[in-house]
Design a protein around this ligand. Structure first.
Ligand code: HEM
Length: 527
């Protein structure tokens, strides 16, 4: 038998030579170093030990949510105005100012609950995270494909995710655990009505909407603030799948959405989305029956029209999944001047969570990785050292000065663009209270009524199928909620489960539930 290691490069083989990471050429990549052809092996076998021990560390912890995803690159192009109205009137963020101005972007689409190799056909929200590499530093808009979320306070996030993830004993996703939590969390109803409709399984990443979900602020040059919500609309149109479509695709391909996106970009069919913004004055809006800081609500578009601010095109695939998709790190704290947070209690909690998990998952210097760097802005910090420091981002005149203030060089603070603080003054008592105006039923009911008939049928079937695996008390409480949202929805799901309004009328409201007068009237009429 020929010993391939002894072959060496043949004449005319001008491929580059394999080395180790010290730059040493590898003469034999087929055989370990041993004493005699039959061993034993020696311990100073540097190439073998480096190769195996690096392999042993090839995986980093996967994202605790949104583990399966895919990243692509492209650009965002601003429109600069709404008709005659310059966008500068509302935000001073430089990326939005001039018509035609382009900003590089990286976008990661994902599913939420499954692991890195799970099916992309799952009924699950889809992540829609956009990193804008602006001249003022990075801006991350970390959204989902559905406009609302399950909960409105970040303190409940680990609970909702635990309920949706596999059972810790059996490692199976379990409808009883999911609906146990949801039935005790009526704010989840609006999300459930979306998730169990055909929208719960997008046909692919090119055919889904994106929503910032949480409420943010825009700030103009005068320091005036407004509340905003962001929406992405696909030029390719919105397409979804039924559970039967999904089962068919999943039987052959767990990664159809990633494949579809990559192949479309390879073919030069660049997907495109328009970014729209809804806006309202920065106050509590007592005239509304919901709170503008509640992410379980949408803002009615007839009152707060969604206005286009630019378009995004994806035209390049990543060249390495690990470096550019696994290690890319988004966060809701990553904002540029002219864009700000609101007091949305989910947003505040998210903002801590993202960079916290990335320091753990990727490492403390995750922002030095090429895909995460603010590549179109100057980065100059006094942060030093730590695991995997890639370079020193000094920039001061004196590299000895890694502190501030100093009179011997080093970095100085920037001037405030206008005001040091912006937005309304807040006076209050420290407390732990849910926001008023929770109204958990009106919008899910309206959403149901807005659906086309086939979508309603699909929603009823999906809910009934999953709830039929749950124990009776959970089924009854879910039917109770659905009846409060919309009679027809509650009656139809109830019928599928063999539960009538009479069967659930004895149920009391949940502890602390904030029912509107309309809810109470519905409750009185159950049965
Ligand atoms: C990913 C936390 C709510 C969208 C993540 C990750 C964490 C997290 C820890 C993993 C990040 C990583 O490893 O890099 C939270 C918390 C939430 C919350 C604590 C609520 C308090 C939401 C909501 C949305 C959302 C409401 C949608 C608007 C995303 C997306 C990703 C993600 C798109 C994936 C980002 C990527 O592709 O790398 N979230 N999340 N999350 N989250 Fe959230």
């Amino acid at each position: 038998m020929t010993d391939v290691s002894s072959k060496g490069p043949g004449p005319g083989d001008d491929r580059p030579v394999l080395t180790n990471r010290q730059g040493h050429p590898i003469y034999d990549n087929q055989n370990q170093r041993t004493i005699g052809a039959r061993g034993p092996a020696t311990l100073e076998n540097y190439h073998f030990l480096e190769k195996i021990s690096h392999f042993d560390r090839e995986r980093i912890p996967e994202r605790v949510v949104h583990a399966r995803g895919t990243t692509s690159y492209g650009f965002f192009e601003a429109y600069g105005s709404w008709g005659d109205e310059p966008i500068a009137r509302y935000t001073r963020a430089r990326l939005f100012q001039e018509a035609g101005k382009r900003t590089d972007v990286a976008v990661r689409f994902s599913t939420v609950i499954g692991g890195r190799d799970s099916s992309e056909c799952a009924r699950d929200p889809r992540g829609f995270a956009v990193k804008f590499y602006t001249e003022d530093g990075n801006w991350d808009l970390v959204g989902n494909d559905l406009a609302v979320f399950f909960i409105r306070d970040a303190v409940k996030f680990p609970d909702v995710i635990h309920a949706l993830k596999p059972d810790p004993v059996t490692f199976r996703q379990d409808p009883n655990r999911i609906f146990d939590f949801m039935s005790q969390t009526p704010e989840s109803l609006h999300m459930l009505v979306n998730l169990f409709s055909p929208r719960g399984i997008p046909a692919g990443y090119r055919h889904m909407q994106g929503f910032g979900v949480n409420t943010y602020r825009w700030v103009n040059a005068e320091g005036e603030t407004r509340l905003v919500k962001y929406h992405w609309m696909p030029k390719q149109g919105v397409r979804s799948m039924t559970a039967a479509d999904a089962a068919r695709i999943q039987a052959n391909d767990l990664g159809h959405a990633t494949r579809d996106l990559r192949e479309a970009i390879d073919r030069g069919e660049y997907p495109e989305w328009e970014l729209l913004v809804q806006m309202m004055s920065d106050d509590e809006h007592p005239e509304l029956d919901f709170d503008p800081l509640d992410d379980t609500k949408v803002w009615p578009e007839d009152v707060f029209p969604a206005k286009p601010v630019g378009r995004m095109v994806l035209d390049r695939n990543v060249s390495n999944q690990f470096a550019e998709n696994e290690q890319i790190s988004f966060g809701t704290g990553v904002l540029v001047d002219g864009l700000d947070f609101s007091d949305d209690k989910m947003l505040v909690g998210r903002t801590f969570s993202y960079s916290d998990t990335q320091r753990y998952r990727v490492g403390p210097n995750y922002l030095q990785l090429p895909v995460n760097q603010a590549k179109n802005a100057q980065v100059r910090t006094n942060q030093r050292d730590g695991l995997m420091t890639y370079h020193v981002d000094t920039g001061g005149e004196n590299p000895h000065v890694n502190y501030e203030p100093s009179i011997t060089g080093g970095l100085r603070e920037a001037e405030y663009p206008t005001h040091d603080e912006q937005g309304p003054e807040i006076v209050g008592r420290i407390t732990r209270k849910r926001i008023p105006r929770t109204d958990d039923y009106t919008q899910p009911g309206q959403r149901y009524l807005l659906m086309e008939e086939w979508e309603r049928d699909d929603l009823v079937e999906n809910l009934t199928t999953m709830l039929s695996e749950c124990v009776r008390p959970i089924q009854e409480r879910m039917v109770w909620h659905l009846l409060l949202a919309e009679d027809d929805l509650g009656l139809r799901v109830g019928e599928g489960l063999g539960i009538t309004p009479d069967d659930v009328k004895h149920l009391e409201p949940l502890a602390g539930q904030d029912l509107t007068e309309e809810d109470q009237a519905r409750l009185a009429n159950l049965g």
